[in-house]
Design a protein around this ligand. Structure first.
Ligand SMILES: Nc1ncnc2c1ncn2[C@@H]1O[C@H](COP(=O)(O)OP(=O)(O)OP(=O)(O)O)[C@@H](O)[C@H]1O
Length: 364
C-alpha cells in the first residue's frame, strides 16, 4: 500500500469502542459487579481518504463526529477496529518508535511540555526522545526561535507562559525533529485574533518552506479558510464532504450581496427597474447605500454590477461572500453536504466583504 506521493492513506477505517453500561440503583450496581454489560459505540465508520505530501488539509465536524478518534488512530495512539492506515510510509500503531520521529502532534488542549521546567529544557528532553543530533537541533531551534519569536520565552517555566506564548512553544516542540507530517488538534483554541493570525502565518510559511503535510482539526473555520486548500467534513463517523472550501460555498451558499455606495440618492424603484428581469432584490440601508441580493440561480454578479455602474454614479462597491460558518452549520444540521437542488436556498447568507475585482471576477 506504500505510495510515494501520499503522506496519509486511509481505507475503510473503523473504530468501535466498547463502553460499559451502568445499571441504575444499588441493585444495578451490584449486578454490574458480577456481570458487566457493554454497548458498542461506532466512532469512525469505515472512512477512506488520501492526503498528498505537502497538503494542508482541514478535518472538521461537530463535537463527537469522530475527529479525535481518527487523529488518535493516525498518530498510533489507538489501534483501528478494522481498515488500513499508512502515514509517512508507516502503519502508525506498529513500529511506534520509528514512526513518531516522522510526525509532529499538537493538541491545543494538552501540553507536551513539562510544566515546571524552562521551555528550553523541555526542548532538550524532546531532542533526546526524538534522537535529534545536537547540530540539527541547534539549527532547528534557531529557525523556530526566530520565526515564532521565542527568544524571551525559552528560559521561563511553562506554567508562567500565557496561552498564546505556550502555544507558540508547543508548535516549536512539535517541529524540533523536522517531521514530515504535522497533526494539529485545535491549535488556535482560546487564542486572540493577533496570535491566531501569527500562528496561521507561521504554519503557511513552514508548509511552503519545508513542504510539511498538515492535518488540521479545528472548530474555527477561519483557520481552515486561511490555511487549507481542502477540507474533509465528518458527521457521525462518516465523511460527508471532501473537497475545496470554495466549492462548498458555491454549492451551499445562497448567493451574494452587492453593496453600492451612491454618489447621490437614487430611488429604490429606479434601481429595481435597472435590473428588472434579473431575479435580484434591492434594499436601501440609507439614502446613499443600496444593497442588492443576487441569488446564485439569478444573473451573474458581473451583469448586475455593469447594469448599475452604467446607469448610476457609484462611489464604492463591495461584494459580500457567503458566510462559511452559516453554511457549515447548515450542513451539520442536515447531516449531508450534497448540494441542494433549489440552489442552496437554506444555505448561509452573506458575510465577509471582498473587493469587487475579486468577487466579480470569480463569479463571472
Ligand atoms: N475512549 C472512548 N471510549 C468510548 N467512546 C469513545 C471514546 N473516545 C471517543 N468515544 C466516542 O466516540 C465518538 C467520537 O468521539 P471523538 O472524540 O472522536 O469526537 P470529536 O469529533 O473529536 O469531538 P470533539 O470535537 O468534541 O473533540 C463519541 O461518541 C465519543 O463519545
Amino acid at each position: 500500500m506504500s505510495d510515494a506521493i501520499h503522506a496519509i492513506k486511509v481505507q475503510n477505517l473503523r473504530k468501535q469502542f466498547s463502553v460499559q453500561k451502568s445499571r441504575e440503583g444499588l441493585k444495578g450496581a451490584l449486578r454490574d459487579l458480577f456481570k458487566r454489560e457493554y454497548t458498542k459505540v461506532d466512532a469512525v465508520k469505515g472512512i477512506s481518504f488520501t492526503i498528498p505530501k505537502g497538503e494542508i488539509c482541514g478535518y472538521i465536524g461537530e463535537n463527537g463526529a469522530g475527529k479525535s478518534t481518527t487523529i488518535k488512530m493516525l498518530t498510533g495512539i489507538l489501534v483501528p477496529t478494522s481498515g488500513q492506515i499508512e502515514v509517512g510510509g508507516f502503519v502508525p500503531y506498529k513500529e511506534r518508535e520509528r514512526f513518531v520521529r516522522r510526525i509532529g502532534v499538537v493538541f491545543g488542549q494538552r501540553s507536551q511540555l513539562w510544566w515546571d521546567i524552562g521551555v528550553v529544557e523541555s526542548f532538550q528532553l524532546l531532542r533526546k526522545v526524538y534522537r535529534v543530533s545536537e547540530a540539527d537541533y541547534r539549527m532547528r531551534l534557531d529557525e523556530l526561535t526566530e520565526r515564532l519569536q521565542l527568544g524571551d520565552l525559552l528560559n521561563r517555566p511553562v506554567r508562567k507562559l500565557s496561552l498564546g506564548q505556550r502555544m507558540r512553544c508547543e508548535l516549536a516542540a512539535s517541529l524540533l525533529h523536522n517531521p514530515e507530517i504535522l497533526f494539529l488538534d485545535e491549535p488556535t483554541i482560546g487564542l486572540d485574533i493577533v496570535v491566531k493570525t501569527e500562528i496561521r502565518e507561521f504554519l503557511k510559511s513552514m508548509n511552503r518552506q519545508h513542504g510539511t503535510t498538515v492535518l488540521l482539526t479545528t472548530h474555527d473555520l477561519q483557520d481552515i479558510e486561511a490555511l487549507c486548500s481542502r477540507v474533509i467534513m465528518l458527521d457521525d463517523g462518516n465523511i460527508i464532504y471532501d473537497g475545496a472550501m470554495d466549492e462548498l460555498k458555491t454549492r451551499w451558499g445562497k448567493g451574494r450581496e452587492l453593496s453600492f455606495r451612491l454618489h447621490a440618492p437614487v430611488a429604490l424603484e429606479s434601481l429595481e427597474r435597472l435590473t428588472e428581469e434579473l431575479g435580484v432584490s434591492w434594499s436601501k440601508e440609507n439614502e446613499l447605500t443600496a444593497k442588492v441580493w443576487v441569488p446564485f440561480q439569478a444573473a451573474p454578479v458581473s451583469v448586475v454590477l455593469s447594469r448599475v455602474v452604467g446607469a448610476v454614479e457609484v462611489s464604492d462597491v463591495s461584494i459580500l461572500e457567503p458566510n462559511t460558518d452559516d453554511i457549515v452549520r447548515e450542513i451539520y444540521k442536515t447531516g449531508s453536504a450534497d448540494a441542494r437542488e433549489d440552489g442552496g436556498q437554506s444555505g448561509g447568507g452573506a458575510g465577509q466583504a471582498t473587493t469587487v475585482a475579486q468577487g466579480a471576477g470569480r463569479h463571472a
